[in-house]
Unconditional design. Structure first.
Length: 627
């Protein structure tokens, strides 16, 4: 495109867009989840190693008769022998009690086979309450008697760090209040920072390096059943060196397991199922590993590495300096999204299987309040991303199942109530990310589209600097993927191989292998190769984004916004035939074979920009939830 045309379009589109966003009814986006303002760790920690089953610094938890019965029923072998050895050492029936009794770093809490509901710390418990923390008066908190009985006594939050006396939101608590009232929102929690101020968030207490270890043969031998008592089943907060392994966590109001502001953690062999929102959520953390886990029946995503430490924020290169979070050898299926991550920076996900979700993988720069925006430098490679066509919107939202009280929705039996909007039938979705690599994956049988990428204007994340308007959807590389075929050689086409709104510079798609021998896409101007610099700046082709901006109004609790007008993301796409077309269900795309030159494209570009301005006035909404 000639420079003068590009300049003219920028002058016409950008200021009007910002003016509309600022003054004509733009509604700021809701945060993806409410939380205290989070910051990244300094990144000087390290990924912990497993301390084994005979750590001398140990606590043993069991359900006496139940654990003994389950152990006796085990087949002969190493697992049975270690459990028979540990059973006589059991001194706790509550995992939280065992954690709170820790006096030395790198202590292992061994949890013997059984079902743990932690009723002592659940909603039905009898205890004192932190009354100033708001409306959750049924959430039991640490009693003064119990504080005096444990080896690491709690202390009130220092002045200026606790929630205000008239606090009406019991969710987004300060770290000091979370630590002092650890059972308010969490069934089991590890708070590692004993000096909660603003100077440091580093783990500096006896709880650093805590390991919570299920001792059974399988993940299903140890079950932590939140039974919708608390927001989080397990919370690891500033808990550097934490390691959780070999158990099932289920039925949380928010997260099965939640890692926040933690430098160094491992989540290994966890089954996280039947949670209202997330199976595994890591936020503002570094040196993390999520592996060999199985996540399903979650209303948002099975695995969420949001706001991972933004190690490459100032890295101008496509190659990363290092990754903050590694995700490998997991299965995430039958969720709204298999993987998602607002500001999912410096994340490496490989050798996973994402299938039977509404969308397989998604990352975005949409929601304000997340450190590290806009998203950058994630890599997804050597994954299988397939059959992500499950329509939970029609199956459960439309039928009224999600209107019932949470314990009555049947989450553990397979009901999923989508929290967020996502296009059913999509393999990989990049909503406003930069410098991401989607490579060497098997992407097949996703009936809407194999990969989707679109621009997210900066005002949608409450960033009003006009210089940042086009700061997303740049330098993403999609290459060397197998599109429409399985590892064993079967042909299972995607509805379309690649959908793109033509926005951003440096984007490229190359060296992918297509089952039918040709790339199927909706590109207006086919971009150059990665080595040649990829796509060029082409503002204004935002008519393709109309569906996204409309669909973003989704709210499962609002009968009108369950299906926003003009949105068909929640319609089940048809299984693709062998003769695919180059149209998407949301828009009819110009032919990729007909380049749009400046003379022919001026009017459509400006008309498209006007459509985006109108839709921006509608705002963007995501149901706010707490962490």
């Amino acid at each position: 495109m000639p420079r003068i045309v590009r300049l003219l379009l920028t002058l016409l589109v950008a200021p009007t867009l910002l003016a509309t966003a600022l003054g004509v009814g733009f509604v700021g986006t809701a945060v993806a989840h409410e939380e205290r303002p989070a910051v990244f760790p300094k990144g000087i920690g390290a990924r912990p190693a497993f301390l084994g089953y005979d750590n001398p610094r140990q606590r043993v938890v069991c359900k006496r008769a139940e654990s003994a019965r389950r152990i006796q029923a085990m087949p002969a072998g190493a697992a049975k022998q270690r459990n028979l050895r540990l059973l006589p050492q059991c001194r706790f029936s509550s995992i939280q009690d065992a954690v709170r009794s820790i006096t030395q770093r790198r202590t292992s809490v061994y949890v013997l086979p059984g079902v743990y509901e932690e009723r002592k710390w659940g909603q039905r418990a009898r205890s004192n309450y932190c009354s100033h923390l708001g409306t959750q008066s049924d959430a039991p908190l640490l009693s003064s008697e119990y504080i005096g009985s444990i080896s690491s006594p709690g202390t009130p939050a220092p002045d200026g760090q606790a929630a205000a006396a008239d606090e009406t939101d019991p969710i987004a608590l300060s770290y000091a209040d979370q630590r002092r009232c650890f059972a308010n929102l969490n069934l089991i929690s590890v708070f590692g920072d004993k000096t909660p101020g603003n100077a440091s968030i580093a783990c500096d207490s006896q709880f650093c390096g805590t390991q919570i270890v299920g001792t059974g043969r399988r993940m299903s031998d140890v079950v932590i059943d939140n039974d919708f008592q608390k927001l989080n089943a397990i919370r690891l907060d500033r808990a550097g060196g934490a390691y959780v392994t070999n158990m099932t966590l289920q039925q949380a109001e928010f997260n099965a397991i939640y890692v926040l502001e933690t430098d160094g953690f491992v989540l290994d062999r966890l089954r996280t199922r039947g949670n209202d929102e997330y199976g595994i959520l890591a936020f503002a953390s570094d040196h993390g590993l999520i592996q060999r886990s199985d996540a399903y029946y979650n209303g948002d995503s099975g695995i969420y590495p949001g706001s991972a430490s933004d190690l490459n924020a100032d890295n101008p290169n496509f190659e990363v300096t290092r990754y903050a979070i590694e995700i490998r050898n997991n299965r995430s299926h039958h969720n709204t999204l298999g993987y998602s991550g607002t500001a999912g920076n410096s994340v490496w996900a490989h050798h996973n299987k994402f299938y039977d979700n509404a969308t397989g993988i998604a990352t975005d720069s949409l929601f304000p309040g997340h450190p590290g925006l806009p998203q950058d430098h994630a890599r997804w490679n050597n994954n299988e991303i397939f059959r992500n066509n499950t329509n939970w919107y029609t199956d459960y939202v439309d039928k009224g199942v999600c209107d019932r009280p949470m314990p009555e929705r049947g989450y553990i039996d397979g009901a999923v109530c989508p929290v967020v909007p996502t296009p059913v039938g999509t393999g990989v979705l990049i909503a406003g990310g930069n410098s991401n690599s989607t490579d060497h994956n098997w992407i097949y049988d996703n009936w809407r589209v194999g990969t989707m990428q679109f621009w997210v204007p900066a005002p949608l994340r409450d960033e009003m600097d006009p210089r940042k308007l086009y700061d997303t959807s740049n330098d993403n590389h999609t290459f060397a993927n197998h599109m429409g075929s399985t590892p064993d050689g079967r042909v299972l086409e995607n509805g379309m191989d690649h959908w793109w709104d033509d926005q951003g510079v440096g984007n490229c798609w190359e060296r992918n292998l297509y089952a039918d021998g040709s790339q199927d896409d909706n590109f207006v101007l086919p971009p150059a190769s990665c080595a040649a610099g990829g796509s060029v700046f082409l503002p204004g082709m935002t008519v393709k984004d109309a569906g996204f901006l409309t669909c973003s109004q989704y709210d499962r609790a609002d009968p009108v916004l369950r299906h926003p007008a003009g949105c068909n993301w929640f319609d089940s796409p048809s299984r693709p035939s062998s003769a695919r077309t180059t149209t998407d269900a949301t828009v009819t795309a110009p032919s990729a074979a007909r380049p749009l030159d400046a003379a022919a494209g001026g009017a459509p570009l400006l008309a498209a920009a006007g459509g985006l301005l109108l839709l921006l006035g509608l705002g963007h909404r995501r149901r706010a939830r707490a962490a």
